[in-house]
Design a protein around this ligand. Structure first.
Ligand code: UD1
Length: 418
């Protein structure tokens, strides 16, 4: 496994462009198998998860080709049914999003159970329940989910919890189903709006994106289009937090600041100066931060769980005490022992981490076990005195492209060692 070696203590300064969103790209890739004409996606990020999703599309005989670094052409005309076995689905939980679109396209689906992962058990009961309510027959056997959608029909589904993946799956299952399907208590995350905007651009009729009631009027077919993927709000947030921690002045280009309001308001409380102008965010920080007393992860527009690990590091080096509560994924405090090695003072009690800010972190050997926790360790390394080695960075590369190069542009001392 590759590692990053970081010499901490540098401030971050300069301007960077933020990549397209991983969590928008993955369901849009799933949606592309429903299109009868060619789809061109621009601003596609080159993350490991994206390439793993392309392997699934290719297994379904969908042609995919990058015509430049971030522009992907997809042709699903000759798509063929194929069971998705665990060798493909185990690398990427989002393979579960394929369920809705495979059912829509082939009227049957067989996908290996995505199982648990490094941030928690990640059940799929809401996906299964919602699809069953729309008439899908589902049999879960030997780790494989086998579905038959001959009786798939429009209807109203009330979600017990506004799950992002379930909302996306139900949209994908019903976009080509005659009649109106309504999802009540739908997730409001911006990536769902991006999926809806993409589907509408190829001929779907979906309204209510960004609200808790989404209506899908089924259409008979979808065509093709050129569509730009939205910016990755989690990457943007990660660089904002990195700059807050190290100190410095950074401009993030190609971002949507509205998607980051909960983070921006917390960083202002930390005494960072932030200005948002069109699609640019400017941040400056002295690197001496006031602690936020309370942070609690919530569904959008609340504080995102995908920025919790990075904010935990910020709390570790802030002046004062913080309580960070994780409400979505129960194992997202797995970096705590690693941060403790670096001198952080954190006590985990149930869903909360109680953090006493310290003046200094010290370089150490630490291990990434998940994507966001892993990038949190990189941020800690940027601040720590001396050298930090972050091992197992393949986790980080699932959602960040050449992170070491971007941080080097901003003045960090970091290198990747294979
Ligand atoms: C998506 C994002 C992930 C982000 C999460 C929450 C993608 C590819 N991933 O994941 O980065 O952290 O939203 O913003 O877009 N749940 C159930 N049963 C289900 C489904 C979910 O109990 O069938 C629970 C989960 O365990 C979790 C909560 O619902 O506690 C939120 O999960 P969900 O919104 O579905 O997240 P994902 O779509 O998996």
């Amino acid at each position: 496994m590759a590692k990053y070696i970081i010499r901490g203590g540098k401030t971050l300064n300069g301007a960077i462009k933020v990549d397209g969103s991983k969590n928008a790209t993955l369901p849009i890739l799933a949606a592309s198998i429903l299109c009868n004409d060619e789809v061109t996606l621009t601003n596609v990020p080159r993350f490991r998860d994206v390439f793993n999703m392309l392997k699934i599309l290719n297994a379904l005989n969908v042609e995919t080709v990058f015509i430049d670094e971030h522009t992907l052409k997809i042709n699903a005309k000759n798509a063929k049914f194929q069971a998705i076995k665990s060798d493909l689905s185990r690398h990427i939980r989002s393979s579960i999003f394929m369920l809705g679109s495979i059912l829509s396209r082939f009227k049957e689906a067989s996908i290996a159970y995505p199982g648990g992962c490094d941030i928690g058990t990640r059940p799929i009961n809401l996906h299964i329940k919602g699809l069953r309510e729309l008439g899908v027959d589902i049999l879960e056997k030997h780790g494989q989910i086998k579905c038959n959608a001959e009786k798939l029909h429009a209807g109203t589904v009330v979600l017990d919890f506004p799950s992002v993946g379930t909302t996306e799956n139900l949209i994908l299952a019903s976009v080509l189903t005659e009649g109106t399907t309504t999802i009540i208590n739908a997730a409001k995350e911006p990536e769902i709006e991006d999926l809806i905007n993409f589907l509408n651009s190829v001929g779907a009729n979906i309204s209510g994106g960004g609200t808790s009631v989404i209506k899908i009027d089924g259409v008979s077919e979808l065509g093709g289009a050129t569509y730009k993927i939205m910016p990755d709000r989690i990457i943007a947030g990660t660089f904002l937090i990195a700059t807050a921690i190290t100190g410095g002045r950074v401009e993030l280009h190609d971002v949507n600041s509205e998607h980051l309001s909960s983070l921006i308001s917390k960083l202002r409380q930390n005494s960072c100066h932030i200005v948002c102008l069109d699609d640019i965010i400017y941040i400056s920080s002295q690197g001496r931060l006031k602690a936020n007393s309370q942070i609690e992860t919530q569904v959008y527009p609340g504080f995102p769980t995908d920025l919790q690990s990075q904010m935990l590091v910020l709390a570790c080096v802030s002046n004062g005490n913080s309580v960070i509560t994780e409400n979505l994924f129960e194992m997202r405090f797995k970096t705590v022992p690693e941060l403790t090695k670096m001198g952080a003072k954190i006590v985990v009690k149930g869903k909360s981490a109680i953090v006493e800010g310290v003046n200094k972190l010290y370089g150490s050997d630490v291990y990434a076990t998940d994507l966001r926790g892993g990038v949190g360790l990189v941020l800690a390394g940027l601040k720590a005195e001396g050298y930090t080695t972050v091992h197992d960075i393949e986790h980080i590369e699932r959602g960040y492209f050449e992170l070491e190069k971007t941080l080097t542009i901003l003045g960090a001392d970091i290198k990747k060692v294979e």
